[in-house]
Design a protein around this ligand. Structure first.
Ligand SMILES: [Zn+2]
Ligand SMILES: [Zn+2]
Length: 333
């Protein structure tokens, strides 16, 4: 089968590899759609600690079951499925206390290699985070399950009832998903970005859109209840607190390069009682929530797909993203 490997920074190679064979508790799917993701783009541009090179690439997928291990229950050949690429172990200290997204082993056996004709799904993912795809949901839309699971995660951690206005910094796929989800929850969102083409898409989702240059005017005491940082740039992490009202919350969603350091005004954090909140990954509850949102058609996801490419053309998709063109691309093997 054909598989795309990320061999080095900026270099994807297509290889003809052996078709995966499922163990007794595993299944193999034929990938029908795999989506490009901000994490993949980071790996392509500068390497990523969670995506080894050279190695299989891509983790947002949907497809059809083609081979089933003999112990697998609930899925059979021909089933259309949607899933995420990880699941917690259930046994470590974090899992036992319910912090499933922080599971010590969550990244150990993750599914990479969605940019391929076939993909092996391991037993822990099948048991917890793999779902049947309703026929009316298109495969590329179903592949949003992973990014949407990440996006809904922080909102289960605090009381949203006093959040009326939110600022989302960065109109990439993740920022736009945050906007779409919060608008659904009745929060008025303002999305800011430096690229007008992204703001055109944001315009269809958010209450307001603002170019980065105009953001200075939004600082001050009548700030936002919530700011969501989705750029992963340390300087933006630092600036983001200045758009909050007193008592506001900043969700630090965009991951910065590992060695980054940030600096905040102690006065702002203390006297204005600002909450800084990191957000990483998702728990099985978040995946179920995201599954519900997708299958009930609650969020318009099609508009976030800027185009599709065959597997052989995958580099073209990442080069467009490098140039800041497009939100997400569907890779159709
Ligand atoms: Zn992703
Ligand atoms: Zn665990």
């Amino acid at each position: 089968m054909l598989q795309a490997l990320l061999v080095d920074v900026g270099r994807i190679e297509l290889k003809d590899t052996a078709e995966p064979e499922p163990g007794d508790d595993e299944i193999v799917i034929k990938v029908k759609a795999a989506l490009t993701c901000g994490t993949d783009l980071k790996a392509y541009l500068r390497g990523h600690s969670l995506i080894p090179m050279p190695g299989p690439f891509g983790h947002e997928y949907s497809g059809v079951v083609v081979k089933v291990g003999k112990n697998v229950r609930g899925f059979k050949e021909g089933d259309e499925i949607m899933g995420v690429h990880s699941a917690p172990c259930g046994n470590c200290g974090y899992c036992r206390r319910g912090f499933y997204n922080l599971c010590e082993k969550i990244m150990d056996k993750k599914v990479l290699g969605a940019y391929a004709e076939e993909l092996l799904i391991p037993s822990h993912v099948i048991r917890q985070n793999l779902f049947h795809k309703p026929g009316e949901i298109e495969f590329p839309v179903a592949a949003f399950l992973e990014p949407l699971s990440c996006v809904v995660h922080p909102y289960s951690q605090f009381d949203l009832s006093c959040i009326e206005r939110a600022l989302i910094i960065g109109a990439g796929p993740i920022g736009l998903l945050h906007s779409a989800y919060m608008e659904l929850l009745g929060v008025e969102t303002t999305v800011v970005d430096r690229l007008t083409n992204r703001l055109e898409v944001a315009h269809t989702i958010a209450s307001k859109v603002v170019l980065s240059d105009e953001l200075e005017g939004l600082k001050g005491s009548a700030g936002f209840d919530l700011v969501v940082e989705c750029t992963g740039m340390p300087e933006v992490w630092e600036q983001a607190v200045s758009y909050l009202r007193r008592g506001g919350r900043l969700i630090l969603f965009g991951g910065c390069p590992g060695a980054s350091r940030v600096c905040y005004s102690a006065g702002r954090l203390h006297y204005d009682e600002i909450t800084l909140m990191g957000s990483f990954h998702f728990s099985p509850d978040d995946v179920r929530r995201a599954y519900q949102l997708i299958t009930e058609g609650k969020i318009m996801l099609n508009g976030l797909i800027s185009g599709s490419f065959r597997l052989e053309e995958i580099t073209r998709a990442f080069e467009l993203l490098r140039e800041g063109r497009g939100i997400k691309y569907a890779i159709i093997p």
